[in-house]
Design a protein around this ligand. Sequence first.
Ligand SMILES: NC(=O)c1ccc[n+]([C@@H]2O[C@H](COP(=O)([O-])OP(=O)(O)OC[C@H]3O[C@@H](n4cnc5c(N)ncnc54)[C@H](OP(=O)(O)O)[C@@H]3O)[C@@H](O)[C@H]2O)c1
Length: 360
Amino acid sequence: MLSRPLWHPQSEIFSRPLTMMPNRLLAFFFRAGLAFAVQAASADEKPMMKAVVAHEYGTPEVLKFEQVPRPEPKDDEALVHVIASGVNPADPLTLNGKYAQEWGTHLPLIPGYDIAGVVEKVGAKITTLKVGDAVYGYPTFGGGWAEFVTVKEWEVAAKPKSLSFAEAAAVPMCALTAWRALVDTAQLQAGQTILIHGGSGGVGSFAVQIAKARGAKVIATASTANQDLLKQLGADVPIDYTKTKFEDVAKDVDAVLDPVGRETLAGSYGVVKKGGIVISLVARPDPVEIEKRQIRGATVWVQPKAKDLAEIAHLIDARKIKPVVTQVLPLSEAIAAEQQAATHHTRGKVVLRVADEPKS
Ligand SMILES: NC(=O)c1ccc[n+]([C@@H]2O[C@H](COP(=O)([O-])OP(=O)(O)OC[C@H]3O[C@@H](n4cnc5c(N)ncnc54)[C@H](OP(=O)(O)O)[C@@H]3O)[C@@H](O)[C@H]2O)c1
């Protein structure tokens, strides 16, 4: 994964010796020179923006809140004025640098894979977006924890009309992941049964609702404190994983969604019926278990896709899906947000507020 490079303005200062001149002439040249200098500076100066920036890999504490140059969209990009940006467990993973080589991340980086905002400027080859459009989406290489971010056309779609920008920023990465797992990979049908681990988290809370919207029966796990949320989301059989083994409740399911891994994934093979599927977001299903039980296994990796974002927005505006936003923090509190994301026990979503909601 590549992070967007940040560029830094170069400033040049020219000085010329003042020759002997009459005072009035000197004053004229000084004023004219000053006016020219101001004009030249404003033409040269790149506009700045507030952003959360990492200049080194590490824990959330390496993040700095600072002024950086505003990115300029290329011909195939749009510049989005970010109103809110979502927080994901992927943010601390990118920040720790462990996957830097694999994902192509480089410093300095601005985190933030979820955005909701207003199109500020479009490149010459942009055809479907125009200045002033309210959009939401997932910039592939992050950069959302800033006042402005550049996006490709296929990374964003029209913001769901029924949501605020802060709510819309909670949607893209998690809903796209759940969509790719349940709709594209499991091809979940009405009447089928799915076990969704971590049903109260970012991905899980969308997965429960997408599965219900498709007419499936949902068994979902979460800790004691989140049993109420599982029921509100529509889970038919909520399981408190701290008290009950899911293997004792779920039997012969058509699909399992695993955002947890380890023992949770290991115990999941045995609850799937022949021909069913185990989908993990965090590990590769064990080929030996898959073959032995005559089931299927898949690892799903999320990707931005405007078409899916549009379908998700449609379901949101039809009141079939809604994001669960538990906390909205100012952008300057990105460190706290990142620390929360690293716990893997977030209820719904945390969102960073970048700018005030525009008046409609
Ligand atoms: N492959 C991909 O493309 C992709 C995309 C998105 C996310 N992910 C990964 O998927 C994982 C989940 O993401 P997320 O955004 O949903 O994270 P999250 O918001 O932190 O949610 C994690 C969920 O897991 C639950 N959980 C924790 N331990 C559990 C256990 N032992 N058994 C059952 N549930 C447990 C938590 O419930 P309680 O709080 O009630 O314990 C919470 O609901 C992360 O590791 C993330 O990096 C991968």
